[in-house]
Write a protein that binds this ligand. Structure first.
Ligand SMILES: [Zn+2]
Length: 90
């Protein structure tokens, strides 16, 4: 999106396009989407979404395309989480 990384001081969580990647979306497995902060996921043209398990509280990263069917890595035997966070360049 052309933003200069050096100018970004606040990490803003953004929604994706589609119902299953909206902030607050809860999938059938109890995994809730908290949006992405511009970090790419591990699949083609995906963002890594911050995801929280509403059963055990585990927080991890999910590719957008997997959000609707994601299982918790901690308590549901799901795939390991991916990196979703960005570190500030200060
Ligand atoms: Zn869990």
């Amino acid at each position: 999106m052309g933003a200069n990384m050096d100018d970004i001081e606040i990490i803003e969580w953004q929604e994706g396009t589609g119902e299953s990647v909206e902030i607050g979306y809860l999938n059938p497995n109890g995994q809730q989407c908290f949006g992405h902060c511009g970090v790419r996921g591990t699949d083609h043209e995906q963002y890594a979404y911050k995801t929280e398990c509403t059963y055990c509280g585990y927080v991890y990263g999910t590719n957008g395309a997997d959000m609707h069917e994601r299982l918790c890595p901690e308590c549901q035997g799901g795939a390991p989480g991916i990196k979703y966070w960005r570190t500030l360049n200060r």
